[in-house]
Design a protein around this ligand. Structure first.
Ligand SMILES: Nc1ncnc2c1ncn2[C@@H]1O[C@H](COP(=O)(O)OP(=O)(O)O)[C@@H](O)[C@H]1O
Ligand SMILES: [Mg+2]
Length: 400
């Protein structure tokens, strides 16, 4: 065991020469250093391991170990926590170059003069200080590089996603356009057919089934077109609480039917957002309906709106089935759905795009069986106030 004061030693002297220790110790102590002496090579190595000194003075004549071995050991140990090594050399006994090559930073010839001792110790301690500064700088630099690389990776991913959305958006728009033309024809002739066919209830019921299917296709193409051109909406100062409350009013009953308990909280006096209320409403609706779909046996849904000086945070949390990391990777891609025929895979892709165009971002935290939380961040633009006639809006509730 090492004594306590050895643990806190500042300068460690490794020497079995008692006279030398007696001579050096008061000189260093008078200069304000704390001094400890290890009398063997193994005691010295132990001291260095347990509590690295700020500086090591090592005598070339240690009883149990060769000094070069000692220096080499110390050199590998001080990698984490650098301290200088000064070798106290007997002239003519060891080649100074051998000591330096082994890892000593400086030599002092015996007998050691007080002045030489203090000068070397001070210059070596300065070396330590500079090394520490460099190490700190290096660490901050590494952190900065990691930080910037992560930011760059994120930006690249967002860019790739946006490009993909753009390409898919154009494709979607042209597909929607191609479908719309014949669809208009079908609708028109269906209308005529309905007039021409007998008013027999069975025939009319069959026609109505076709009408509903045609309406479903028309709805889908509209959705595809909105996905490809979501930026057309006008931006006005919008009270986010009002958007949320309107959407909640729309779906509350439907959620209750699905045995979903809704909690809603909104921080008071959130400044208005410069936004499209319709689009933000559509995003919230998508998130709420997805949450509903994720809780087929019921559960809890929590919609929360908070703010800090620059940002509004909207979180939608559910206690549903959650998602694996693999699913999470794709959810913002258009047409990605795990709902088979029931899903279009457009809700989150549209939402992502809308939020992005409002200068915000949307993220997800989820795990299978542990529910899902979507978080939207939107920048606040405090310069705008909500006027008297704040926007009113209409949403459409799908697959109720
Ligand atoms: N709250 C949620 N819980 C679990 N999975 C979800 C949730 N929201 C979205 N998802 C997953 O993301 C997919 C894509 O969602 P979305 O783009 O809205 O399309 P859709 O609802 O038509 O499938 C869903 O099919 C589902 O797998
Ligand atoms: Mg959806």
């Amino acid at each position: 065991m090492l004594s306590d004061d050895l643990l806190f030693s500042n300068i460690l002297i490794g020497s079995s020469d008692e006279a030398l220790g007696r001579a050096l110790r008061p000189v260093l102590q008078n200069a304000g250093y704390t001094v400890q002496v290890a009398r063997t090579g193994s005691a010295l190595l132990e001291a260095v391991t347990v509590s690295p000194p700020r500086l090591l003075l090592v005598d070339t004549g240690l009883p149990d170990m060769d000094v070069l071995t000692v220096i080499r050991h110390v050199k590998t140990q001080r990698k984490q926590n650098f301290f200088p090594i000064i070798a106290l050399a007997e002239p003519g006994v060891l080649d100074p170059a051998t000591l330096i090559n082994a890892g000593a930073d400086e030599l002092l010839n015996k007998p050691v003069s007080n002045t030489a001792l203090l000068v070397r110790v001070r210059s070596m301690l300065r070396l330590k200080a500079v090394t520490e500064e460099l190490q700190d700088l290096n660490a901050t630099l590494e952190e900065k590089v990691i930080e910037r690389t992560e930011a760059l990776d994120k930006a690249h991913a967002a860019l790739r996603h946006t490009e993909k959305l753009g390409a898919l958006g154009r494709l979607a728009a042209s597909v929607a356009h191609e479908i719309n033309n014949p669809l208009t024809g079908i609708s028109t002739y269906l209308y005529l057919l309905k007039q021409q066919l007998p008013s027999d209830a069975r025939v009319q019921a069959n026609i109505e089934v076709i009408e509903r299917q045609v309406a479903a296709i028309a709805h889908l193409t509209k959705k595809l077109q909105r996905f490809s051109k979501p930026a057309q909406e006008q931006r006005r100062p919008v009270a986010i609480s009002r958007v949320a409350e309107d959407v909640l009013a729309l779906v509350r009953k439907n959620l209750e039917q699905h045995k979903i308990e809704v909690t809603y909280t909104c921080a008071p006096d959130i400044p208005p957002l410069l936004a499209s209320a319709d689009q933000l409403g559509e995003v919230l609706l998508n998130l709420l309906l997805n949450a509903r779909d994720a809780m087929p046996a019921g559960g809890q849904l929590c919609l929360q709106i908070t703010e800090d000086a620059q940002t509004v945070y909207i979180t939608v949390r559910d206690t549903g089935e959650g998602m694996s990391p693999e699913v999470q990777e794709h959810i913002f891609e258009p047409f990605y759905t795990t709902k088979g025929e029931q899903g279009t895979g457009l809700g989150l892709a549209i939402s992502y795009r809308i939020i992005q165009e409002h200068g915000g971002d949307i993220s997800v935290a989820s795990a299978p069986g542990a529910g899902t939380t979507f978080t939207i961040r939107l920048p606040l633009n405090a310069a705008h106030t909500v006027g008297e006639g704040a926007e009113t809006h209409v949403y459409q509730l799908e697959n109720p």
